[in-house]
Design a protein around this ligand. Structure first.
Ligand code: NAP
Ligand code: G4F
Length: 323
């Protein structure tokens, strides 16, 4: 039974990846940081099947201890400060988690067992003010937020440890991926949740920022399969994971509100508070390499994804489970 360590297991992707690895017979060890209130909502249903261990990307010795004690074959580094607007409010902390945290984990692996296979959760935010459409592995980076800058560091330190120490280290450049487990502050879930609440008479309006920005949105359950596939190849490499389609925030509103039986234009209000100091206007990825080399392709469409999220929000709200 192979062992995998997942950092960020309490997050959206961590929960789906843990499910996938359990279904493949892995022993799953999830690293969680100490918090005053326990935050295991996304992994409660599998809590008896996984092992949780305390650790923090800010604390080098905790990472060394985990790698030493659990002797994983694979480490998936998903933990990060992942919300772009917060990265302008807390740029230094974002750098500590999202950039230097990667080096701390790579160092733990290098020191304890350089044979461990490593996955780094890189991001399409690295492309920022894009210099090529669609974006592929060779597209130069031009990050537009402290988060994007931190992810560029995480990407290159992963490449550097691969080239310097011959580690099996991969960087997955994932475009936006969503699900009913997405944090409520991200735009897809903010919109689907509001559409359901408005329909149920619990809210009247939805305040948003830039409706013109375009994203390549896929389903998180599809994307964690690509993470696993990257670590099963003969050689480590970097891959773009995307759908190849792009949609505006406005289209997202249309689909979500239509699913809820509403006209989005009657409820959406533009609030400058949600505009960003520097915006990423257009993201659309070319998943050709992931298709050709990993045999990976997305299964859930944009419309299917947004409708899935609206339906899940309705179900949760009706059963009294506020998400
Ligand atoms: P998420 O839901 O925000 O989860 C982030 C996870 O990181 C949480 O489990 C959080 O733990 C943990 N964490 C944060 N700081 C930590 C620290 N110092 N030490 C240990 N754990 C820490 O993010 P996600 O959407 O699942 O994304 C997973 C990864 O993929 C992130 O690195 C993100 O930047 C990257 N990514 C995401 C997307 C996307 O569209 N979802 C696209 C590209 C890349 P708590 O529960 O304690 O807060
Ligand atoms: O949902 P978002 O906050 O996601 P964003 O900034 O694209 O970042 C997500 O995807 C990245 C991959 O590209 C990940 F690396 C990152 O960790 C995160 O998961 O915003 C999407 C778009 C932006 O252009 C934003 O300006 O939606 C626009 N938007 C418009 N109104 C809004 C809002 N975003 C949020 N969060 N809230 C709004 O009210």
């Amino acid at each position: 039974m192979p062992t995998a360590v997942i950092t960020g297991i309490t997050g959206q992707d961590g929960s789906y990846l843990a499910e996938l690895l359990l279904s493949k017979g892995y022993k799953v060890v999830g690293m969680v940081r100490r918090t005053s209130t326990i935050n295991f909502d996304r992994i409660r249903h599998i809590q008896n099947d996984i092992e949780l261990v305390q650790g923090d990307l800010l604390d080098q010795s905790s990472l060394v201890d985990i790698v030493h004690e659990y002797k994983p074959e694979e480490v998936y580094n998903l933990a990060a400060q992942s919300f772009v607007p917060t990265s302008w409010k807390q740029p230094v902390l974002t750098g500590e988690f999202t950039a230097l945290g990667v080096t701390r984990m790579l160092e733990a692996i290098r020191q304890v067992n350089p044979g461990i296979r490593f996955y780094q959760a890189s991001s399409s935010e690295m492309f920022g003010k894009v210099v090529e459409v669609p974006q592929r592995e060779s597209t130069p980076f031009y990050p537009r937020s402290p988060y994007g800058v931190a992810k560029v560091y995480g990407h290159w330190i992963t490449v550097n440890y691969r080239e310097s120490y011959n580690l099996y280290a991969c960087s997955g450049i994932l475009f936006n991926h969503e699900s009913p487990r997405r944090g409520l502050e991200f735009v897809t879930h903010k919109v689907t949740h509001a559409a359901a609440r408005i329909r149920l008479g619990r809210q009247k309006e939805l305040r948003l920022g830039n409706l013109d920005s375009r994203r390549d949105w896929g389903y998180a359950g599809d994307y964690v399969k690509a993470m696993w596939l990257m670590l099963q190849q003969p050689e480590p490499d970097d891959y773009v994971v995307a759908t190849g389609e792009t949609h505006t925030v406005r289209e997202l509103c249309e689909v979500a509100f239509e699913r809820a039986g509403l006209d989005w234009q009657e409820h959406v209000v533009i609030d400058p508070k949600f505009l960003r100091p520097a915006e990423v206007d257009l993201l659309v990825g070319d998943p050709g390499k992931a298709g050709a080399k990993l045999g990976w392709e997305p299964e859930v469409t944009f419309k299917g994804l947004i409708e899935m999220m609206v339906d899940a929000d309705f179900e949760a709200l009706k059963s009294g489970r506020e998400v």
